[in-house]
Design a protein around this ligand. Structure first.
Ligand SMILES: [Zn+2]
Length: 262
């Protein structure tokens, strides 16, 4: 069995399961390990397929019920509906290219994103049976990807005030040192810098709280703050359990964060 880190919402949501994968067997200093579902980060294709099969079997779904986009730090959201499901595989792949968030109302379909330090977020309006997942690195955060996700969820029947959101393992503020151009980008996007930026007194470098920044985007989009759960896991701090690109390099595995309606 694969060890999954369960993601909890502020209130129990019975028909929804949300989780992040862990690395499985790890060989010290190797950038990949037993469990990596991402097929565009240089890992062995058969090992990636193995991990996908293992997860699908564990969750009791078919391999093609496991849907993940080809992420590019964009702010594009794709809806996984019956129309998508009826397309042939090439068209599905094209529809998932350059996408960083997914929304669905279908039951039994696992939608997920792959991350290594960036923030993965799962969202649900259980009354409307609308779920979503998103990948927010600093570019996606500045581009307000979560605002776009909430808007799409609402087009599918959700109400922002009912949405529960939970973040998966994501880089902590202490680990997330950034250049001043990144701070500038957050300032231009009208984030309240005093809430998300701290300076290391020894190095003078800026550190951004990416989780808090995304929480601010959700709150601005109408999601109540007490319905947003931040992760207490940082991949860079816990790199034996979750993949960290800052620790292992860009060519390394990814943590898969998924959500599905039973
Ligand atoms: Zn950390």
């Amino acid at each position: 069995m694969m060890e999954l880190e369960k993601l909890d919402f502020g209130k129990p949501v019975e028909e929804v399961v949300a989780f992040s994968t862990t690395r499985g067997e790890v060989v010290a200093h190797k950038p990949y390990s037993q469990v990596n579902l991402c097929d565009y980060v240089g890992d062995d294709a058969l090992r990636v397929l193995d991990a996908r099969i293992m997860l699908a079997m564990q969750l009791g779904v078919d391999l093609d019920d496991l849907v993940m986009p080809r992420q590019t730090h964009s702010c594009r959201v794709a809806v996984i509906d019956e129309c998508f499901r009826s397309m042939d595989i090439d068209k599905q792949e094209a529809a998932l290219e350059g996408v960083d968030a997914l929304v669905t109302t279908l039951h039994g379909i696992i939608i997920g994103v792959n991350t290594a330090d960036c923030v993965p977020i799962v969202l649900v309006d259980d009354q409307a049976c609308v779920i979503a997942v998103a990948h927010a690195g600093w570019r996606g955060t500045v581009g307000l990807i979560l605002k776009h996700v909430v808007e799409e969820m609402c087009r599918q029947g959700a109400s922002a005030g009912r949405i529960q959101a939970a973040m998966g393992p994501s880089i902590c503020q202490e680990c997330f040192e950034v250049g001043d151009e990144v701070v500038e980008a957050f300032g231009q996007a009208k984030f309240r810098l005093e809430d998300i930026v701290e300076r290391n007194t020894a190095t003078g470098k800026a550190h951004i709280d990416l989780r808090a920044a995304n929480r601010a985007v959700l709150v601005a989009a109408g999601v109540p703050e007490d319905q947003i759960t931040l992760s207490c896991h940082c991949p860079r701090c816990e790199h034996d359990r979750f993949f960290s690109a800052r620790r292992l390099g860009i060519n390394s595995g990814r943590t898969f964060t998924g959500i599905y309606l039973r």
